[in-house]
Design a binder for this molecule. Structure first.
Ligand code: PMP
Length: 438
């Protein structure tokens, strides 16, 4: 399949080779470097994209989960086109920002919002805010959750489970070179769905923990859902210790439902981070909070800043996205497509007698290459990733573009996708199933 992949993309290969002269590693982000080579894209329309060699794909990569609106949605094109000729940057608020914030307040049940430019910035502000509000330095984070590439959250456990320490007392390590342990030591690691570990850290460090940041559904480890009572338990446990709870909804925001995982699971945290699917394809992010938390910003205790915060082009796109694209009928359509994908792939798995299953939350889904549900990061690490990588190649060569990290990432359905697009995903998946059955 790797050979087919390369043969289909001669111009992409040539660009990839030329790129290594001027782009470090031949791509614009380290997570664009796929095996066997990065995919060089030319354009997108609706639910489809075309590479520089003219190959067409159903786009279920969705720009790493940012593409719930699909490509060039007419409402977003109109909004951006109007704004682009009226000025693309002022570093002053425009009316669109007010409308976007109103929608977020209503969808996520938190009253006050600020904007930033990426998920990384949003979670960085959230961590700063938790510290600013409580006057404490320590934070709690879940092993295997990804919150962006700033120092405080670039900490997890070794993917080698022999070195990860016991599940109830993980041995934390920086997730990347360049991240000082002096900073990551302030971040205490727990397992997902392990409320007792959070209680223990709070008990052992009285008055020191500012709060916890968590993906309410883990989405950088396939898809791992919270056990009943876990999210509410986190909120109550943290609050009783004077600490705060942040939901990183960068992946779940707008995709788990109109009000993200917060509305879906009915647990309101103190702070919510949004990015990816907020901007209708433009880069923007948001941080929402309770009045108590956000008063730290309003009162100037914490300065939440950024030259491009609330950028007019991004706000125009986000406004069109949240008011015109992501309406009730859009969520009905997404739910239909998601049900179709889950049911059809589940049928293929059963027909071929495979020990796999489908996991889906809202518009996102993935195949878990294991018969049993995965409930934490350690179980996820033990999944055999060969099938994930082969699945990616087979889907790609069959005209479906998925995120390239095997078992880590998931597909994202967009409002522009059709049942025929889902059929293509299923047909390609059947090719994998045939190979796996042999
Ligand atoms: N939080 C989560 C849950 C994410 O998945 C990501 C990106 N994959 C981020 C934060 C960081 O977002 P960005 O890449 O926009 O900085």
């Amino acid at each position: 399949e790797s050979d087919i992949f390369i043969r289909r993309q001669p111009r992409g290969s040539a660009l990839g080779t030329a790129a290594t002269d001027v782009l470090a590693g031949g791509a614009t982000s380290s997570w664009q470097i796929a095996d066997p080579q990065p995919v060089w894209l030319d354009h997108g329309a609706g639910g489809h994209i075309w590479d520089v060699d003219g190959n067409e794909y159903v786009d279920l990569h969705g720009g790493y989960g940012a593409g719930i609106a699909g490509h060039a949605h007419p409402a977003i094109v109109a909004a951006v086109t109007e704004q682009v000729s009226r000025g693309t940057h002022f570093a002053q608020p425009t009316e669109d920002a007010l409308w976007v914030a109103r929608s977020l307040a209503q969808r996520y049940d938190l009253p006050l919002w600020r904007f930033a430019n990426s998920g990384t910035e949003a979670t960085m502000d959230a961590v700063h805010l938790m510290r600013a509000v409580t006057g404490r330095d320590m934070i709690i984070k879940v092993e295997g959750c990804y919150h962006g590439h700033h120092d405080s959250v670039q900490v997890s456990v070794s993917p080698d489970l022999d070195e990860a320490g016991p599940a109830h007392r993980p041995e934390s390590v920086p997730s990347s070179t360049g991240i000082p342990t002096a900073i990551t030591e302030l971040t205490r690691i727990v397992g997902f769905n392990d409320l007792d570990a959070v209680r223990r850290i709070l008990d052992e460090n009285p008055g020191q923990v500012a709060g916890m940041i968590v993906e309410p559904v883990m989405m950088n480890a396939g898809i791992i859902t919270p056990e009943p009572g876990y999210l509410a338990g986190l909120r109550d446990t943290l609050h009783s210790a004077g600490a705060l709870l942040t939901f990183d909804e960068v992946k779940t925001g707008f995709t788990a439902g109109p009000g993200g995982a917060t509305a879906r699971f009915g647990v309101r945290p103190d702070i919510i981070c949004l990015a990816k699917s907020l901007g209708g394809g433009l880069s923007t992010a948001a941080i929402g909070g309770t009045s108590d938390v956000m008063s730290a910003i309003a009162d100037g205790i914490y300065e939440q800043v950024g030259t491009f915060n609330g950028n007019p082009l991004a706000m125009a796109a986000a406004r069109a996205n949240v008011y015109q694209v992501l309406d009730d009928s859009a969520y009905r359509h997404l739910a239909d497509l998601a049900a179709h994908a889950s049911a059809a792939i589940t049928d293929v798995i059963a027909a071929h007698g495979l020990a796999w299953h489908v996991k889906s939350v809202g518009a996102k889904g993935c195949v878990i290459f294991s018969p049993t549900p995965v409930t934490d990061y350690r179980e996820f690490l033990q999944l055999d990733d060969r099938w994930g990588q082969l699945h990616w190649l087979i889907q790609h060569n069959g005209g479906v573009f998925l995120p390239p990290w095997g078992k880590v990432e998931q597909w994202l359905l967009s409002v522009a996708h059709t049942h025929a697009d889902v059929d293509r995903l299923v047909t390609n998946f059947e090719r994998l199933a045939v190979i796996a059955e042999e």
